[in-house]
Design a protein around this ligand. Structure first.
Ligand code: IMP
Ligand code: MG
Length: 181
């Protein structure tokens, strides 16, 4: 894939590396949940690519549901305000839930979400995040399954956006500062 230097500074994680890592994570999940049934929850919209790719590697019985929460809008900083834009279609009481997210940055969105879902009495709840930016964390939160730990850079592609653009790029890329300068 050819990227414009005006928009993309560099490729941080190639699609090839993502696919290889998802093989490992899926193998771990298939082992961890052996004999159980899993409910996979996709956090829209950023997790849509990792969700579709991990889903097709799950070999235990599973169902899926979707939730949308507000995050950045068009800027690159967390507002700290979290809102449910679309809730799950079904209850999660007694279920083993795996929440699939694109990135944990400050951790505020995921912490809010977890607290909310825990009130619904699932049997268990874990988080898979494709990317983790621990240097930016403002709350205590550690995803159970992490694809890649990355430095403090604003990234786009493979589901992640800047102002709703770039979700279609196959690789996780560092956005050129020229775009938001
Ligand atoms: P947090 O609440 O600060 O952890 O932010 C989580 C949400 O912000 C993620 O689900 C993303 O939608 C968005 N986000 C955080 N960092 C980035 C980034 O580098 N690129 C694109 N979106 C990001
Ligand atoms: Mg997100």
């Amino acid at each position: 894939m050819h990227y414009s230097k005006d928009e993309i500074q560099s490729v941080l994680v190639s699609n090839e590396a993502i696919q290889a890592r998802l093989d490992e994570l899926a193998a771990q999940i298939n082992r961890d949940y052996a004999g159980k049934e899993l409910l996979l929850v996709c956090i829209l919209k950023g997790a849509v690519a990792v969700f579709a790719d991990i889903l097709r590697r799950i070999e235990i019985p599973c169902s899926i549901d979707f939730m949308a929460i507000s995050s950045y809008g068009s800027s690159t900083k967390s507002s700290g305000v979290v809102r449910i834009l679309k809730d799950l279609d079904h209850g999660i009481e007694g279920k083993d839930v795996l929440v699939v997210e694109d990135i944990v940055d400050s951790g505020m969105s995921m912490k809010y979400l977890l607290e909310n879902l825990e009130t619904r009495s699932p049997a268990s709840i874990r988080i898979l995040s494709l990317l983790d930016k621990p240097s930016r964390r403002r709350v205590e939160l550690q995803p159970d399954y992490v694809g890649f730990t990355i430095p403090d850079e604003f990234v786009i592609g493979y589901g992640l956006d800047y102002g709703e653009k770039y979700r279609n790029l196959p690789d996780v890329c560092i956005l050129s500062p020229k775009v938001y300068a």
